[in-house]
Write a protein that binds this ligand. Structure first.
Ligand SMILES: [Fe+2]
Ligand SMILES: [Fe+2]
Length: 173
């Protein structure tokens, strides 16, 4: 077959990791929503959707490779945060963890001369650079603003979200 049992197991594990990231972002978004920070909330709800898309890319690959999909138990997310900074710091740490997980998958693909999986994983290698760098930027901004200055961060995200909507072809909703 196209991929080894070991690669199959590692990919299944990663489906769980991406779904775990997705539900963690839901909790972070809900936290910001309750704190009266709607644009930070929106930003993290969107991150959550992206993580689900990542999980589904892995699902599709496993199925395309003709292998069994087994999703592991997903640990409960952290639901309470002392500050905006701690929520964003957790997000950044999680993105760094996922980057290591993707690197380990690439290592396994290389060890096994599995060019099919290596090619598939290439997209995630690039995506993680983007995810880590944008989360790091948000982290710096939240830290600089301080808890009392979070409306500046809201303002920045609002402008950016509106810009993204405009460049996607104007307001549709
Ligand atoms: Fe992801
Ligand atoms: Fe991510």
């Amino acid at each position: 077959m196209l991929i080894s049992p070991e690669m199959n197991a590692a990919l299944n594990e990663q489906v769980g990791n991406e779904l775990a990231a997705s539900i963690q972002y839901v909790c972070i978004a809900a936290h910001f929503d309750l704190e009266g920070l709607p644009f930070l909330a929106k930003h993290f709800y969107k991150q959550s959707e992206e993580e689900r898309d990542h999980a589904m890319r892995f699902v599709k690959y496993v199925v395309d490779a003709g292998e069994r999909l087994e999703i592991p138990a997903i640990p409960a997310p952290i639901a309470h945060f002392e500050s905006a900074e701690s929520a964003v710091r957790l997000s950044l740490e999680n993105e760094l963890t996922v980057t290591r997980q993707i690197n380990q998958l690439v290592d396994l693909a290389i060890q096994q001369n599995d060019h099919t999986s290596k090619g598939f994983l290439e997209w995630f290698v690039n995506e993680q650079l983007e995810e880590v760098s944008s989360m790091d930027q948000l982290m710096r901004m939240v830290r600089r603003a301080g808890e009392s200055g979070l409306l500046f961060v809201e303002n920045y995200l609002m402008t950016r979200q509106m810009g993204a909507r405009d460049s996607a072809g104007g307001a549709q909703s």
